[in-house]
Design a protein around this ligand. Structure first.
Ligand SMILES: [Zn+2]
Length: 97
């Protein structure tokens, strides 16, 4: 049984700010290859048969090392755009203050 897909994707409890990326070369806002180092704490829940289920993954720290645009493959043209940045294009789904 694979644990893939369960190890990540839990966003509850994460305190990381919403960071968006934008490729200034082609305008891509949605597709990036992100290389990052994450330090996480997770609840490893084993069944009696030894099957592992990872729950409550909390990202303690995350160091993004490289971001490459999937569209044009250009890494140097990718800039970060926070949710507050009007240049990020489509706004976040979360309601403001
Ligand atoms: Zn691009």
């Amino acid at each position: 049984m694979s644990i893939d897909g369960k190890a990540t994707g839990t966003q509850d409890g994460t305190e990381t700010a919403t960071v968006r990326y934008r490729c200034t070369a082609c305008g891509n806002l949605t597709r990036f290859d992100v290389v990052s180092t994450r330090r996480t704490r997770a609840f490893h829940h084993y069944s009696l048969s030894g099957e592992l289920q990872i729950e409550d993954t909390e990202v303690l720290s995350e160091d993004v090392e490289d971001v490459v645009c999937r569209w044009c493959g250009n890494g140097s043209a990718v800039v970060t755009a926070t949710a507050d940045d009007p240049g990020a294009g489509s706004g976040p789904d979360e309601p403001g203050d």
